[in-house]
Design a protein around this ligand. Sequence first.
Ligand code: 4NP
Length: 158
Amino acid sequence: MQKLLFVCLGNICRSPSAENIMNYLIDKQGLQDQVVCDSAGTAGYHIGKPPDRRMTAAAQRRGIVLLGRARQFSTIDFEKFDLILAMDQANYEDILELDPEKKYAHKVKMICEFCQEYPDHEVPDPYYGGADGFDYVINLLLDACDGLLKTVATPNQR
Ligand code: 4NP
């Protein structure tokens, strides 16, 4: 079983989208026995809150329901997860700063490494922008999560 943790700043927009998109793809491909997902924020401003309603609306437009409540990333997560996926460079650096001995650096990656079609290197923060930014995040994450799932799971024979 591969344990994946998606991490952004607030855990109310990008990382809960990545988590729920990944679960949507896992369900669609019947890979529930191979991969489990969670998400967290490097900051604690929104602990306990559900995903942002603008993000929820954008996910809904692609048929994806956003579940979960915000929590903050903790150093325990370095042990608990096999792969920690940062949405942007700041998230990546904030995570690595919590591992000064670089014991877990091999587990931390940028989600956009797994993009197949999008040229982006980061998932842009949609929080202070318009609805288009939220739609862009969903489409970008659908591409990245599909690529990620291909590298962490073996396709089911049907
Ligand atoms: P997220 O988006 O990191 O994708 O959840 C943000 C959420 C909240 C804030 C910034 C980004 N904020 O400044 O409160």
